[in-house]
Design a protein around this ligand. Structure first.
Ligand code: NOJ
Length: 742
């Protein structure tokens, strides 16, 4: 590779090298301002390194042909896309996917996404998004794996392995891009594109681990975040992109900016011109410039010495290396095989996997008197604005989705009931919300579902239908565009029109199941108090409808567990189960003067991190530790075990969780932090011992830097002392033993 690239670079002009750093957007999908340019002519002139959001092996082949046959050096282009949770076979939104706690399933979802996307010409995806988030107001919490850095790290690895496989040049794998580096999930007040403030201690202990895990797993590229890190925009932050990423972590791929992230250095007020921004970003370690076309115009600055040529060479080399690793120099049309599409796209095997994984991601929050699963008999009323909408099922960031091929929930339930004598009735019952303008914002990009009937007429129809039913299924919550990019919200309760409808339905006194759709943690106080069964369905992708039916009728036993705790009030944010030890803790969470609490609400979550019910029940034996002492010397470990028994009457899967709580350390540690988990499937009556091996590495943390003047990075450390070892079915209900680290 090095020889090949040396030779190629020796033939390149400065302008051609800068051209490799340029990533314009094409196609109809833009997530910022679109720009007019003659892309084909730019490609001929060697002014383009890659394109994104162009779809179709045929179309991509044609554009690649221009690069290969009509540009002077014939360097192939990279073709990228936001393949976030599947391609045409759409998987659950990442937040939902994380609730499966199933690393094999997550890896498989990425593998299938790669198989489909590469059959459509794409060789580079802007995923995984690994931003840890503690704030449900942020719309993009839907795109990440929740609030926990340990679980987020395991998922980041699984995604990278799934996309890239064992061989990046395989025509069915694509390059991953870890984003948004770094800390984007910490945006202040949950407001999109806002600033972030974690100090180095919290940065490393709460946010950085998943990025590092993805890089250690071999991710080929990294996307710089829009936000600042320690006061400097990430895109132009040399400490972040070079000192930490490359020198400390050993990353050897390339860094791309986010959409116009380079020129936004001017908006941040750290540069006076785009050229100044381009120089700062290049020298900081940015290799490819998405949409700004700022690096492209640096030739003059290099010639007159304002910008060092070595940085251009370095970035160009990294771009060529990526193309080499993808096998594009061997065969520029490697991902343009137009015959593959018909074999893989939405093939029955992939859709079956997506259906299974969607069901695994849904979380049963409540199930009084075993209302669920429902029997396929009698009259079932399906009511709510999300019951019969096709485009809302796939979720927020499914760029390649083809909703006409997916079922509505109504169709999924109807199909599931075929052959039974149950009758399914349907009424929409309400709009998404009363305010039409607010609904328009919540249903952009083809998700419109507004009904022109009056609110009263819709409700009357729903009540008439509901009165005829033995059981009501209420399909309510958020539309898919209520989360995702630029969808921050301060009201995360059930939208008004749907809440009022649900209140009326509960007055009928019939059993009600709420199938709740959401792309974020929401506040479900009223629902928890008044509705006997609640299934958090999130957005399950193309197979949502069948997956919900599988759970409601008991063909699948729910096993999803929350990866964000659900709050009681939006005012609790930022909010995480990883509460740091603090003075004046009030463990009960209620008001007590001069303790850490709220005067008007419990400070506890409504549903804790890790929580999820099943149609069966699991019992945990007390935990045993193989020893209550752990020597710190290398290689020593102890085991923590519990026996889990399925005490119910059907097969089920439990997620057994291991938490630690370091009682005394130099840096303040959380009371509980996840450090292990295992999914166990048990037949009715079956028991299994689950054992976690605990060594010094597992108990460590990034110790604080005591000399603030030292230009140092926190290091993974373990200090002697007492550590609580917790095992349980969620973060709130654990059994604890003390371990002394010596
Ligand atoms: C902006 C988003 O922040 C990023 O996640 C995405 O990959 C790019 N737009 C490209 O669409």
């Amino acid at each position: 590779m090095n020889r090949y690239i040396d030779q190629l670079m020796s033939r390149m002009t400065l302008e051609e090298k800068l051209g490799q750093l340029n990533l314009p957007v094409t196609g109809n999908i833009v997530t910022g301002a679109a720009r007019e340019s003659d892309v084909a002519e730019d490609i001929r002139q060697g002014r383009v390194g890659g394109l994104f959001n162009l779809k179709g092996a045929g179309a991509i082949r044609e554009v690649q042909r221009i690069a290969v046959e009509e540009s002077r050096l014939g360097i192939p282009l990279l073709f990228g896309m936001d393949v976030i949770h599947g391609y045409e076979t759409v998987f659950p939104i990442p937040l939902a996917l994380s609730c499966s706690w199933d690393m094999e399933a997550i890896e498989r979802s990425a593998q299938i996404a790669a198989a489909e996307a590469t059959a459509d010409g794409i060789c580079w995806t802007f995923s995984p998004m690994v931003d840890v988030c503690h704030d449900g107001r942020w719309g993009r919490i839907s795109e990440g794996s929740g609030e926990d850095p340990y679980l987020g790290s395991r998922i980041a690895e699984a995604m990278v392995h799934g996309y890239q496989g064992a061989d990046l040049s395989d025509a069915a794998t694509m390059m991953a891009c870890v984003k948004h580096f770094a800390l984007y999930g910490a945006v202040e007040a949950g407001r999109e594109y806002n600033n972030v403030y974690p100090d180095s201690y919290h940065m490393f202990n709460e946010y950085m681990q998943p990025y590092k895990a993805a890089i250690d797993a071999g991710a080929g590229s990294v996307m710089a975040a829009f936000n600042t890190v320690q006061g400097i925009p990430a895109t132009g932050n040399r400490w972040l992109l070079t000192d930490l990423l490359r020198e400390q972590w050993g990353f050897n791929g390339f860094v791309v900016s986010d959409y116009c992230g380079l020129e936004q250095l001017c908006d941040h007020g750290v540069c006076a011109s785009k050229q100044e921004a381009a120089i700062q970003c290049l020298e900081a370690g940015l290799d490819m410039d998405m949409v700004s076309a700022g690096l492209l115009s640096l030739a003059e600055a290099v010639r007159n010495g304002q910008c060092k040529k070595k940085y251009v060479d370095q970035a160009c080399r990294r771009m060529l290396e990526a193309k080499y690793k993808l096998g594009l120099f061997d065969d520029p049309y490697r991902y343009c095989d137009t015959t593959r599409r018909s074999q893989v796209m939405r093939c029955p095997e992939y859709r079956a996997e997506a259906r299974r994984i969607a069901a695994e991601s849904m979380v049963l929050l409540k199930n009084d008197n075993q209302l669920l699963p429902l029997r396929k008999q009698g009259t079932i009323a399906l009511i709510g604005p999300l019951a019969n909408t096709r485009p809302n099922m796939s979720g927020t960031w499914a760029v390649a989705a083809v909703p006409e091929h997916y079922k509505t929930l109504r169709e999924g339930l109807q199909d599931a009931l075929e052959g039974s004598n149950a009758k399914l009735l349907y009424a929409k019952g309400s709009n998404l919300m009363y305010d039409a303008q607010a609904e328009a914002i919540a249903t952009m990009f083809g998700r419109e579902m507004r009904d022109n009937r009056s609110d009263a007429a819709m409700r009357d129809e729903a009540m008439r239908i509901a009165r005829q039913a033995d059981v009501i299924i209420a399909a309510m919550g958020e539309s898919s565009e209520m989360s995702g990019e630029c969808s921050s919200r301060v009201d995360i309760e059930m939208p008004d029109a749907q809440h009022d409808l649900l209140v009326e339905l509960t007055k009928l006194g019939k059993p009600i199941v709420l199938v709740h759709f959401a792309g974020r943690p929401t506040v479900l106080n009223w629902e928890t108090e008044h509705v006997p069964a609640i299934l958090e369905a999130w957005f399950g992708g193309s197979e949502t409808a069948d997956a919900v039916a599988d759970i409601l009728f008991g063909d699948v036993n729910p096993s999803g567990h929350l990866t964000v705790q659900l709050p009681r009030h939006v005012g609790q944010y930022p909010f995480s189960y990883r509460q740091m030890r603090t003075s004046r803790l009030n463990p009960q969470g209620d008001f007590a003067k001069f303790t850490t609490c709220y005067a008007d609400i419990s400070s506890k979550p409504l549903y804790p991190f890790g929580y999820g019910l099943s149609y069966t029940t699991f019992e945990y034996s007390p935990m045993t530790l193989s020893s209550d002492q752990l020597p710190m010397a290398n290689g020593q470990s102890v085991t923590a075990s519990v026996t889990v028994t399925n005490t119910g009457d059907r097969r089920g899967t439990e997620v057994v969780q291991l938490y630690i709580g370091d009682r005394v350390a130099k840096g303040v540690r959380p009371y509980k932090e996840l450090r292990g988990f295992e999914r166990v499937t048990l037949e009715s009556g079956e028991s299994k011992e689950v054992t976690f091996t605990i060594d010094a590495d597992l108990l460590g943390y990034y110790a604080p830097i005591t000399d603030v003047c030292a230009n140092a990075v926190p290091q993974w450390t373990l200090e002697p002392g007492e550590v609580e070892i917790h095992i349980g079915p969620n973060a709130s209900e654990t059994d604890m033993r003390l371990l002394t680290v010596q």
